[in-house]
Write a protein that binds this ligand. Structure first.
Ligand code: AOF
Ligand code: ZN
Length: 374
């Protein structure tokens, strides 16, 4: 009930919701079409609030977060508060609705963050709780939860994955040097952060120019996270990806999807297929792969978050089509000079409608991230 929360209760609610959001991050990128939701069961027996149950949507998307947290809490759930990063579900899927599970377990207060646009849930989850006499507080850290759930929310609302545009910029706003392929702009700590971002996505996407010039591997190479490499997608209208590329040679270990058009080279395609590369049939528009249709197909395959990692033309194409939802810029300390390839955007040239949500320093490098509302 708005207006009846004391400042002390508000402080507690924000603290535990922040913890629930951090907990939900564990399975970001691993829950397929389902969002990675976090639930904490918290009770206060007079000595301050204590977490007695935790749940995060299971890998693959089920079970949901709430029943897992309730199972851990057991009888301690009776009279406790549940913190949920997304409105609890109200529909009968493979399991009964989470809203009903919270009621049956004897939870007396529910604090929610993001609302669920899924028409089976939207408003109905909270209604089940209120009808059962549970006190419900909505929208605590709603913006923070929506930031984390952006992949799921985009897929539900816009029918396409969240597109994250990641660029590493030199001090003079360049992303590379002409004719030199991959050059080091940021240091090791920043590169590791990129690998964490990759691990939380369903696919990494690049243009064929970058695939040929840099011959990148595009995997997650952090200790303990090597199994978290998402699929690699190459925009390759004419099917030019070399069969000898690192991408093609590793296609049996980590999926490679080539978005190609009718005009693509059939002989090279056959060779790539033998190497295990998969193809996405796409339309061409204005001499390049039609991006809205491609994204729709990827959403239909269950993808919720795509990270676009280059090059400049691919970045520009996504920006021009208005298909970027999150901009993640890393800034190295050194300038490249006049033979550099200019980035289509920079710290001072962020398209309208985006707002700054994170800033960080990774050793010598800077980082900033912007999102726009869904
Ligand atoms: C929750 N808790 O942890 C998650 C929820 O196909 P189903 O039955 O798994 O339902 C998918 C929907 O459930 C999904 O669209 C979203 O509305 C909700 N996800 N809900 O109560 C959770 N992951
Ligand atoms: Zn549920």
């Amino acid at each position: 009930m708005p207006g009846t929360t004391t400042p002390e209760q508000d402080r507690i609610d924000r603290r535990f919701m922040a913890a629930a959001i951090r907990y939900a991050r564990r399975h970001l990128g691993l829950t397929s079409t389902n969002p990675s939701v976090g639930t904490l069961i918290v009770r206060d027996d007079g000595n301050g609030p204590v977490i007695v149950g935790r749940g995060v949507t299971a890998i693959g998307g089920r079970p949901h977060a709430e029943p897992q947290a309730l199972a851990e809490a057991g009888e301690l759930a009776r009279g406790a508060t549940a913190y949920v990063t997304l409105e609890p579900c109200a529909h009968h899927g493979r399991t009964p609705p989470c809203a009903n599970a919270l009621v049956s377990a004897g939870i007396t207060r529910v604090v929610g963050a993001a609302s669920d646009p899924d028409p089976r849930v939207s408003g109905n989850g909270y209604a089940i709780l209120r009808t059962a006499g549970i006190e419900v507080r909505e929208r605590v850290l709603a913006a923070e939860a929506a930031d984390q759930l952006a992949g799921y929310l985009n897929r539900s609302v816009n029918k396409r994955p969240e597109v994250i545009l990641k660029l590493a910029l030199s001090a003079d706003g360049m992303i590379g040097r002409r004719g030199e392929g991959q050059i080091e702009i940021t240091g090791e700590v920043a590169r590791r952060q990129v690998h964490v971002m990759r691990a939380e996505c369903d696919a990494i996407l690049i243009g064929i120019g970058t695939a040929i010039a840099d011959d990148p591997e595009l995997t997650v190479r952090l200790p303990g996270l090597r199994t978290r490499s998402p699929a690699r997608i190459v925009l390759d209208r004419l099917t030019r990806l070399p069969a000898a590329s690192k991408l093609a040679r590793s296609a049996l270990d980590v999926p490679v999807l080539v978005a190609t058009c009718e005009e693509g080279d059939p002989a090279n395609r056959a060779e790539l297929e033998r190497a295990g590369v998969k193809f996405l049939a796409t339309e061409s528009y204005d001499g390049r792969v039609a991006l809205p249709e491609l994204l729709e197909d990827l959403a239909n395959q269950g993808m919720s978050r795509i990270i676009v990692e280059g090059g400049a033309d691919t970045a520009r194409a996504f920006l021009e089509d208005g298909l970027v939802d999150r901009i993640a810029l890393f800034y190295g300390p050194e300038a490249i000079g006049s033979d550099g390839i200019a980035a289509p955007i920079g710290r001072d040239h962020i398209p309208a409608g985006f707002r700054l949500v994170h800033e960080a320093r990774y050793a010598e490098d800077g980082f900033a991230e912007w999102i726009r509302d869904i």
